[in-house]
Design a protein around this ligand. Sequence first.
Ligand SMILES: [Zn+2]
Length: 63
Amino acid sequence: MGELVERLVALEERLTRVEEGKAPPGDGRSSAKLVPRPPHRCIGCGLPLRKQAGRCRWCGRPL
Ligand SMILES: [Zn+2]
Protein backbone atom coordinates (compact mmCIF):
# COMPACT_ATOMS: atom_id res chain seq x y z
CA MET A 1 0.00 0.00 0.00
CA GLY A 2 2.85 2.34 0.82
CA GLU A 3 4.04 2.24 -2.76
CA LEU A 4 0.64 3.22 -4.04
CA VAL A 5 0.48 6.21 -1.74
CA GLU A 6 3.95 7.31 -2.86
CA ARG A 7 2.90 7.12 -6.49
CA LEU A 8 -0.24 9.09 -5.73
CA VAL A 9 1.75 11.81 -3.97
CA ALA A 10 4.22 11.99 -6.86
CA LEU A 11 1.34 12.24 -9.30
CA GLU A 12 -0.23 15.05 -7.36
CA GLU A 13 3.06 16.92 -7.26
CA ARG A 14 3.40 16.55 -11.00
CA LEU A 15 -0.13 17.75 -11.54
CA THR A 16 0.52 20.81 -9.43
CA ARG A 17 3.63 21.60 -11.48
CA VAL A 18 1.72 21.21 -14.72
CA GLU A 19 -0.99 23.50 -13.45
CA GLU A 20 1.63 26.05 -12.49
CA GLY A 21 3.38 25.63 -15.81
CA LYS A 22 6.70 24.72 -14.28
CA ALA A 23 9.28 22.28 -15.55
CA PRO A 24 9.93 19.23 -13.39
CA PRO A 25 12.86 19.55 -10.97
CA GLY A 26 16.16 18.44 -12.37
CA ASP A 27 14.96 19.10 -15.88
CA GLY A 28 17.85 20.63 -17.78
CA ARG A 29 15.52 22.68 -19.89
CA SER A 30 14.74 25.65 -17.73
CA SER A 31 11.22 26.97 -17.71
CA ALA A 32 12.53 30.34 -18.85
CA LYS A 33 13.27 28.82 -22.23
CA LEU A 34 9.63 27.94 -22.68
CA VAL A 35 8.44 31.47 -22.08
CA PRO A 36 8.07 33.16 -25.45
CA ARG A 37 10.00 36.37 -25.54
CA PRO A 38 8.19 39.35 -26.91
CA PRO A 39 9.90 40.73 -30.00
CA HIS A 40 11.97 43.82 -29.49
CA ARG A 41 9.95 46.82 -30.36
CA CYS A 42 10.75 50.46 -30.58
CA ILE A 43 9.58 52.44 -27.56
CA GLY A 44 8.73 55.35 -29.81
CA CYS A 45 6.63 53.85 -32.57
CA GLY A 46 6.03 50.32 -31.32
CA LEU A 47 7.15 48.72 -34.55
CA PRO A 48 9.54 45.75 -34.62
CA LEU A 49 12.98 47.09 -33.93
CA ARG A 50 15.10 47.84 -36.97
CA LYS A 51 18.21 49.71 -36.09
CA GLN A 52 19.81 51.94 -38.63
CA ALA A 53 22.82 54.01 -37.60
CA GLY A 54 21.81 53.69 -33.93
CA ARG A 55 18.33 54.93 -34.58
CA CYS A 56 14.95 53.40 -35.19
CA ARG A 57 14.54 52.94 -38.87
CA TRP A 58 10.87 53.82 -38.71
CA CYS A 59 10.64 56.88 -36.48
CA GLY A 60 14.28 57.90 -36.06
CA ARG A 61 14.29 57.60 -32.29
CA PRO A 62 17.83 57.16 -30.97
CA LEU A 63 18.34 53.72 -29.44
ZN1 LIG B 1 10.53 53.71 -33.79
